[in-house]
Design a binder for this molecule. Structure first.
Ligand code: 2IP
Ligand code: CA
Length: 363
């Protein structure tokens, strides 16, 4: 990568991330909304001269180059390349989205942004990893950009966008093709990008079994399938294998694993640990809600008594975890389960709880 000469690769990635955050904040040009856009990254830098610089997208490309080169210690080539990308005009159209008119008051919205999820896979940049049943255990395919919009009063996720920039590579040009997924769930309107276009919804086209949402009456007698983190704990993995057999897939990236559920490649993404954060889950959670599913707190699900008929303990996005500091304030403390169908989740959880029981008895 020519523009990186003299720069540490990790630093370049961090700069790209920051530039993307600034770009996203500037793209979402609604007055006041910028103050309610959150994420892990900061746009404040100190360069080698000890100057403190707040990075932002300026009104002209030249001004952005100026600002970036202060952060990049005068590296003009890198600054120009980055500024060029962030000042590009991007148009996005989707017939499903164009077919609805919806008004959401801006002052009720907050936004979680993860400009690069699976940062490690992005830095490694492996382009030749083979998929297993369509699921990539690692590699550039696991990199996603996540933007989730939530209701600041209730914490409910309302809109989500997941961009997967590296889906397939043209072996001649080495250029990558990406794919964008979105979903909106607001006051009874539920639409998402995996719906067939309006013209094809009237029965003329057979529906793809991969994107089918198993609703009421669906047959759950099969083994479930799950995607999990490489850092999942052994007792959970053992219990899962009793429920899913060999249909357990490991994959990098919280955003990518959620996308596997959205795409119908697996039934659930399950994680018992507390190392995912609001910015990792909000976008996918909104899309799953629009599809009739959701994302629940794993530990709260195990504690829930199904007989009470209480609602599923959905993750929320507006309140910090009490008694914590730093990024832990925004951790999904009880772990998570992402799913496309509540009925499927119910059956899955009852089997998992039974399967975990012998483990619990010994601990
Ligand atoms: C990470 C990334 C990791 C994930 C972790 C996220 O975000 O998605 O892959 O761990 O939970 O916070 P795992 O792959 O084990 O699920 P980032 O790459 O933005 O740090
Ligand atoms: Ca992340």
């Amino acid at each position: 990568m020519e523009i990186c000469s003299g720069l540490n690769m990790y630093m370049v990635v961090v700069f790209i991330v920051i530039v993307m955050v600034c770009c996203i904040i500037s793209i979402i040009q609604f007055p006041g909304l910028g103050k309610r856009i959150f994420g892990e990254e900061s746009n404040e830098f100190t360069n080698d001269l000890g100057e403190k610089i707040i990075l932002r997208l300026c009104s002209t490309e030249e001004e952005t180059v100026e600002l970036l080169s202060k952060v990049l210690n005068g590296n003009k080539l890198a600054s120009e390349a980055l500024a060029k990308v962030v000042h590009q005009d991007v148009t996005f159209t989707d017939p499903t989205l164009d077919s609805v008119e919806i008004t959401i008051p801006q002052d009720t919205l907050g936004i979680w942004v993860d400009p690069i999820d699976s940062t490690y896979q992005y830095i490694k940049g492996s382009a030749d990893v083979k998929s297993n049943h369509g699921i990539f255990p690692s590699g550039l395919q696991c990199v996603t950009i996540l933007i989730g919009v939530y209701d600041v009063q209730t914490g409910v996720p309302l809109m989500g966008v997941i961009n997967q920039p590296f889906v397939s590579q043209d072996l001649n040009t080495l250029r990558w093709k990406g794919q964008c997924y979105w979903g909106l769930s607001y006051m009874g309107t539920n639409i998402h990008s995996l719906q067939p276009p309006v013209s094809k919804r009237n029965g003329s086209e057979p529906r793809s079994p991969r994107t089918e949402n198993p609703g009421s009456g669906a047959d759950f007698s099969h083994h479930f399938s799950a995607v999990i983190s490489t850092s999942e704990k052994e007792p959970i993995k053992a219990a899962l294998s009793r429920v899913c057999g060999d249909r357990i897939f490991r994959a990098a990236g919280a955003g990518y694993k959620s996308l596997c559920v959205i795409q119908g490649l697996v039934d659930v993404y399950i994680f018992s640990e507390d190392t995912t954060f609001k910015w990792d889950s909000c976008a996918a959670h909104a899309i799953l809600r629009a599809m009739g599913g959701g994302m629940v707190d794993f530990k709260a699900c195990l504690d829930r008594n199904p007989a009470t008929g209480l609602d599923w303990p959905q993750l929320v996005y507006h309140v910090e975890n009490k008694g914590t500091s730093g990024v832990d304030r925004w951790a999904n403390k009880g772990g998570l389960i992402a799913y496309r169908s509540s009925e499927q989740l119910e059956t899955f959880l009852s089997r998992l709880t039974q399967s975990l029981a012998p483990v619990d008895a010994h601990t």
